[in-house]
Design a protein around this ligand. Structure first.
Ligand code: NAD
Length: 483
């Protein structure tokens, strides 16, 4: 199987914050890979716009450095890199000032897709939108890409939506959640809605519970001061975990169309029940293994910010009545692993005596590191010795099954940027979705603040705080091992 690369229309992509960390690590290396794959038309251009006074040559040298550092060696093709760098132009610009804007306007071409990637602090989004509009740079072909965090609560998210709406229509605004750009996440929709197999079972009658885990081994060192104002709930749950939950729980959309999909996701968020205090566990990693703990990384010895959170969530609709969704995410855990596990109920009547080997069917959707899906089923243990049962995985590992394709499978950022150029918003969050997610998250955070809640310490390299284990044990269930 060979992956098909369908070139997009000619575009001018302006990256505000083109010298920043995100642009260097993700956006520019991703664009290079799309160029290498032949997806970026010859005439397309990338314009870096940031505060530093760089020449084109200096920015190109920086981008060459980023490609050398963040693109795998086997993809570093000298001719292609030179061709890619030729497409780059740099404009020194001040998001809050007057410099650079007229130059940027002169560079813009008529009848070419214009995309503006806001890879800057969210505090600058409004300033940039305003200036693009004041200088007549934004036109009907324009679209903007905004990065997370989209607000820190409902009020700030609303304010941000309002600022952007003054200058752009909702159809022009692409709010990135890079989890939605992952191959497996989209495959989840394909598996659910392009097969008859799972959907009839996809409900409370047959599903016992769902676990969503996003575990990291890294701590917050280096960005502790920023993280300390955010915490796992704002940084991960309100966006990434919530999006995964929506894709698992949503009703089939009438069509694979941006608004049809997003309408169904929104209904899930609106149906989330408020979470009770006893159904939430917050944690903070302690010092260990020669590394400082969270508080030291955050440079705040009195910090009450959570680097880990686990929640039991309920969706009040017909499909999910009584099915708990357990979410957990944290830093400095035992392994880097993101997965969704859908655990089915046991058959209604056990005809085999081998109770020891009795297990549920589990559909595991792995997002990282080894993307793929595994369906755990019961079979007879091979060989003589009677009818003993064992659980084995039906492996749908994409890395193996789609080996040739996956060579060129774009990473999340690449795919999402190409979707922006194509004008496809399916994998981007709509304004009302983001606001609904904050409306659900806010009372949880406010509850902690009003109680002056203190996160429980957990050992680095562990699976998280003890109380998180209890959250499941209490219901007669257990978390899957983080690996
Ligand atoms: P950064 O601090 O590394 O880069 C900021 C960029 O903005 C620089 O290019 C700087 O020159 C430019 N800039 C700052 N002030 C400016 C001004 N007044 N006018 C014009 N340009 C200005 O930040 P980053 O890590 O690249 O993050 C950028 C955005 O992406 C933030 O919103 C961040 O939350 C988000 N984000 C970053 C990451 C990441 O991995 N770095 C991941 C997800 C989201």
């Amino acid at each position: 199987m060979v992956s098909r690369v369908i070139p997009v229309d000619v575009f001018d992509l302006v990256i505000f914050g083109g010298t920043g960390d995100l642009a260097r690590r993700k956006v520019l290396p991703g664009l290079y890979r799309r160029f290498l794959a032949g997806q970026m038309p010859e005439d397309s251009r990338i314009i870096g716009a940031a505060r530093g006074e760089l020449t084109d040559a200096e920015w190109r040298a920086q981008v060459a450095g980023a490609i050398a550092e963040f693109v795998p060696k086997e993809k570093q093709d000298k001719t292609a890199i030179a061709g890619f760098l030729e497409r780059l132009t740099y404009v020194p610009i001040d998001a809050r000032g007057t410099t650079g804007w007229e130059r940027l306007k002169e560079l813009m071409r008529e009848n070419v897709v214009r995309a503006f990637y806001f890879s800057v602090a969210p505090g600058l989004f409004g300033d940039i939108a305003q200036r693009l509009s004041d200088h007549g740079i934004a036109d009907a072909w324009s679209r903007i890409v905004v990065e997370k965090p989209f607000g820190r609560d409902l009020t700030s998210a609303r304010a941000l939506n309002e600022v952007l709406a003054r200058h752009f229509t909702e159809a022009q605004i692409y709010r990135i959640d890079h989890y939605l750009g992952k191959e497996t996440v989209q495959n989840l929709m394909a598996v659910r809605f392009a097969n008859i197999l799972f959907e009839p079972l996809w409900k409370a009658e047959y599903i016992d519970h769902v676990q969503i885990t996003v575990a990291e081994t890294v701590g917050v060192d280096g960005r502790g001061a920023y993280y300390d104002k955010s915490g796992a709930m704002r940084d991960m749950v309100q966006n990434h975990l919530m999006q995964l939950l929506c894709l698992i729980a949503m009703e089939p959309p009438w069509h694979f169309d941006p608004d049809a999909v997003r309408d169904e996701k929104l209904k899930v968020i609106r149906a989330l029940k408020p979470v009770l205090a006893q159904d939430i566990v917050r944690g903070q990693y302690a010092a260990g293994g020669g590394e400082p703990g969270y508080a030291e990384h955050a440079e705040n010895s009195a910090s009450r910010t959570e680097s880990y959170v686990a929640l039991k969530v309920a969706i009040s609709n017909w499909r999910w009545q009584g099915v708990p969704f357990y979410l957990r995410t944290g830093k400095r855990l035992r392994a880097r692993a993101s997965e969704i596990a859908v655990t089915f109920k046991q058959p209604p009547h056990a005809i085999f005596d081998d109770a020891k080997g009795w297990h549920e069917n589990v559909l595991v959707i792995r997002l990282q590191p080894d993307e793929g899906m595994h369906l755990w089923v019961m079979i007879k243990e091979p060989g003589p010795g009677g009818m003993r049962l064992m659980q084995v995985p039906l492996d749908m590992s994409f890395a193996d099954a789609l080996a040739e394709v996956s060579e060129d499978v774009p990473d999340a950022y690449e795919r999402l940027i190409m979707d922006v150029i194509r004008g496809n918003q399916t994998l981007f969050m709509r304004g009302d979705e983001v606001e609904a997610a904050w409306a659900w998250t806010d009372p949880i955070i406010e509850g902690w603040e009003s109680r002056d809640d203190r996160p429980q310490l957990y050992d680095p390299g562990s699976s998280g705080p003890e109380d998180a284990l209890m959250l499941m044990h209490r219901d007669g269930r257990r978390w899957r091992e983080i690996r």
